[in-house]
Design a protein around this ligand. Structure first.
Ligand code: MN
Length: 205
């Protein structure tokens, strides 16, 4: 008999550029690391090609250094974006063996960890966002470390998405489908928009 192993982290993304523009300044990263995976959502300030170029540059730096600490990653992007548009970014680094997530947000990329079992785990968690712009002015950097449990979902969404949606909906849908449906329903239409949903499945034996 063959074992069916599910991936420890299942990621679904939906995004769209501001109508009239071909490139979105909202980008994401889903990069495996030695210990787990790095997830990021980046929003280049404004919209159009310059916003997209800055966001792509930030994502490239995050992808090639994904195993670094999230605070080091923010600093690296801050220095690397010198001379370009700034970006706002939220990062989450997963350690699968220890079932831990370390997250940090600079600017206004909304972050929520939706618990499958709120009674057992103490409830949903919101990412504390510190005002600032990576590449322009950084706030004091503090990251939080949280335990994650199988079935928990991480939601990251840019400010082009109205984030007042019914989060319980996310639990009943595969991540990609949930992201697509939420974007279709809640994209504001006056900015680039991106929503990422990552479901933690844990390490199956
Ligand atoms: Mn935006």
């Amino acid at each position: 008999m063959e074992d069916v192993k599910s991936s420890p982290l299942e990621c679904g993304v939906a995004g769209r550029a501001l109508p009239g523009f071909s490139e979105s300044g909202d980008r994401h990263v889903f990069q495996p690391t030695r210990e787990g995976a790095l997830i990021a959502v980046v929003d280049g300030l404004g919209h159009g090609p310059e916003a997209a170029a800055a966001a792509l540059e930030a994502c490239a730096m995050l992808e090639s250094n994904a195993g670094e600490n999230v605070i080091s990653l923010i600093k690296r992007c801050h220095v690397g974006l010198n001379g370009m548009r700034g970006v706002v970014v939220s990062l989450a680094s997963f350690n699968f063996r220890d079932s831990l997530m370390t997250w940090i947000g600079v600017g206004n990329v909304h972050g929520l960890l939706l618990r499958l079992d709120t009674a057992m785990t103490g409830g949903d968690e919101s990412l504390l966002l510190r005002p600032g712009v990576v590449g322009s002015h950084l706030p004091p950097l503090h990251a939080s470390v949280l335990p994650v449990f199988a079935g928990d979902s991480l939601i990251l969404a840019t400010d082009g998405v109205q984030v007042t949606f019914d989060h319980s909906y996310v639990k009943s849908q595969p991540p990609r489908k949930a992201a697509e449906n939420l974007l279709a329903q809640y994209a504001k239409g006056n900015d680039d928009a991106l929503i990422l949903i990552a479901r933690y499945n844990g390490m199956s034996l």
